[in-house]
Design a protein around this ligand. Structure first.
Ligand code: SF4
Ligand code: SF4
Length: 177
């Protein structure tokens, strides 16, 4: 799916997601970028997210062209799906949607300080829409055990969802395309 919009000031994925990749920057910027600095835990702003003091806000990745593979591969639904409105922009709804690679399952990653955000109307309606279209949604955050919402479709069980996610994780780890 092609990107239909840009992040426009949102930096949610650079806060919520762990970036545990050991990244060796290209030689021409190796004096500027520390590989260890990209080893970031979830729920803190990445050191490479650019802070603009005049706006008092983070505005984006300052190593965009050389960002780690995990950042390149991240598929935020909001920038890919033109059906998602401004109210579903992650910085507005406090939830990031992503279709898990190699699966028919969506992840809804909830902000660690807004754990009920997924139950608010625009977000809950979007989860329902995904369910209606046949996609299970796993609602989770990095502070709470994953919670799975099942679509009422014969054949999908909790074990099946888990098995698909585990299989996908293995494929991603093994570098499948
Ligand atoms: S969460 Fe989505 S919209 Fe927000 S910065 Fe990340 S990719 Fe962009
Ligand atoms: S390296 Fe860039 S894209 Fe990746 S988390 Fe940090 S600021 Fe965001």
């Amino acid at each position: 799916m092609d990107q239909v919009r840009n992040c426009e000031g949102c930096t949610m994925c650079c806060i919520l997601l762990p970036v545990l990749e050991i990244h060796k920057p290209p030689k021409n910027i190796s004096h500027l970028v520390s590989p260890a600095a990209i080893n970031k835990p979830p729920n803190i702003i990445c050191d490479h997210c650019n802070y603009t003091s005049s706006l008092e806000t983070f505005i984006g990745c300052q190593i965009y062209e050389n960002r780690p593979r995990v950042c390149v591969d991240f598929q935020c639904s909001w920038i890919l799906d033109e059906e998602m409105g401004e109210d579903l922009k992650p910085s507005n709804c406090n939830v990031i949607f992503e279709k898990i690679r190699y699966t028919e399952i969506y992840l809804a990653l909830v902000h660690f300080e807004q754990l009920d955000a997924w139950q608010e109307k625009p977000t809950r309606d979007y989860i329902q829409l995904l369910n209606d279209r046949g996609f299970p949604v796993i609602v989770t955050s990095y502070t709470r055990a994953p919670k799975t919402i099942f679509l009422p479709k014969e054949g999908w069980t909790e074990d099946q969802v888990k098995d698909e996610v585990v299989a996908a994780a293995k494929r991603i780890k093994n570098g499948s395309t």
